[in-house]
Design a protein around this ligand. Sequence first.
Ligand code: PLP
Length: 302
Amino acid sequence: MNEFHIYSPEEQLHDPLFTEKKVNVFLKRDDMIHPFISGNKWRKLKYNIHEAQSLGKDHLVTFGGVWSNHLLATACAAAKFGFKSTAFVRGEDINSDVLVLCRLFGMKLIFTDRSTYREKRALFDKYFADDPQAIFIDEGGAGQNAVQGCAEIITELSRPYDHVICAAGTGATFAGLLHGMEISGVDTRCHCVPVLKGADFLKNDIHAYFNTPPSQYEFHENYSFGGYAKTTDELLRFIGDFSSRTGILLDPVYTGKMMYALYDMIRNDHFPAGSSILALHTGGLFGLLGMKEQIALALKGN
Ligand SMILES: *Cc1c(COP(=O)(O)O)cnc(C)c1O
C-alpha cells in the first residue's frame, strides 16, 4: 500500500423520501479519505504533490481564507510528504480554528490585505522569486492537476450511476467529474450546485478545462443561500436533521447546500423513478466550526 492509497466507499443512504420517489441515493465518502487532507482537497493536491516531488521542490506555497479547507489540507499534506509550507492568508490576522491546525502542521502564515491578495503570482514572486525550492499552488488547489485528480472520483467507482451531484466553489472538482466521464465513457448526468451567488462565470471556468466544452450536465443555481459562506437557519436545521439521522456530518459552506439541493430536487420529481444517484461528500467539515454561534441558535431546543 503506498502513501496515496485512499478509502472512499459509496454508501447507500436511506430515507422515506427516497423510498416514496423510488430513487436510490448513494454518498461517495471522500470525507473519509483523511481527517485533515479531506475530500476533494486531497484529490486536488495529489498531482500537485507528484509534480513538486518530480521537480525536486521542498516548499509548497499557496493561498486561502482563514477558514480554508485547502490551507488545512496543504499544511497537513506538506507535513506528511516532507515539504515546508507557506500560505498567503486573505484578510486580517484572525486566529480561526483552521489556522490553529495549520500552524500545528508547521505552515507559515502571511496575512495579506484583500487587494494585494488578488495578485497571487506577484505575491509569490515578491517572496519566493529567489527560492528555487518553492512551488506555486493556486487557491483551492485549482488547475489542471486538480482536474486530473478529481477525474479519479469517477474512474474508481464500483458501478455506474444515472446521476452524480457535487458542490462547486471554483468548479475544478466538477470539471474533474466531467473529465472522468470522458475517460470512462459512461453516460452519467452530472449536476453542479454552485455555492456562490450569480455563479454563471463558473460555466466558463469549467469549460476552460476542455477543448470541446461538455454539455451533458446541469447547473442548479438556486441553492447558494445568499452566497459564499452565507447560511440560513433553515439550512443549518437541515444539516442537523441529516446528521442526526445518518451519523454523517455536512458542512454549511459546500456539502450542506449540495445535499439540501438533492433533497429538494428529489421532492420535486427531478429524477425519474428507478434512478440511481451518487452524491459526492467533498469533505471539509471544519467550516462548521466557523458557524458555532449560528448553529447553536438554529438548533436551539434540540
Ligand atoms: C473546496 C471545497 C469544495 C469546492 O471545490 P471546487 O473544486 O473549488 O469547486 C467543495 N466542497 C468542499 C467540502 C470543499 O472544501
